[in-house]
Ligand binder design. Sequence first.
Ligand code: PMP
Length: 267
Amino acid sequence: MSVFDRGFLFADAVYEVTAVIEGALVDFDAHQRRLERSLGELGIEFDGSAVDLRAIHRELLARNQLDEGLIYLQLTRGCADRSFVRPETATPSLVLFTQSMSLIDHADARRGLRVVTRPDLRWHRRDIKTTQLLYPSLMKSEAVAAGVDDVWMTEGGYVTEASSSNAHILTTDGRLITRPLSNDILHGITRAAVLEYARESGVTVEERPFTPAEALTAKEAFNTSATAFVTPVIELDGQAIGEGQPGEATARLRELYIDQSRARLTR
Ligand code: PMP
């Protein structure tokens, strides 16, 4: 890629990470819709009808013989002389790669995550999936260096999301509490699917912000993302959530998500 690519110089780029199980794509259509929305919000002109992204995904999976893992896609605005004024015309750069890894059988799901709260100092268009990932990367690195697994970022006293996943709690009477969609969080594809499947299975979902203090009164907590699916969160700022170990309701939601995803794979 050119050093003049605006993805490199300005993080003027959007991306998607799609899970792969059984050699096929999870929630592919929803990832494509979010990609189109991100491109639209940034005014990056990419003619999706001229490029068959599904065919490219399939070909890459086949060439790399990927059975389980992820496929990463990045689209930048393209190349131009370095200037803060974006070019009127540029040809977007498209890059994809795969990573083989075990997603379904994962140690985090068995052990649960310990998280710490940190202020959310990211920009205020977190709904656009740009490659500006420095702050959450620094926060997660600090958390890991301090011996825990991740951060839950907070703003105005409420949890926004984790470094690279959406955050949720389950109350003692079984309700699922999750922050509503806005510019404050990424509109997680896994979040949307889990909420749909949870509602279908009779779980009451309340989309409202929650505080770290409320999370500490919860029965269970979990993160969602394309590659982590549903992963239990067992500790917040050194204090146990619920029993301080992965709980049954979270395990059920993880299983439900995996089963439903398997039934809807894009091959
Ligand atoms: N929030 C943030 C900040 C993220 O980076 C991600 C994953 N990219 C998510 C939430 C989860 O989104 P998804 O379920 O679409 O992977």
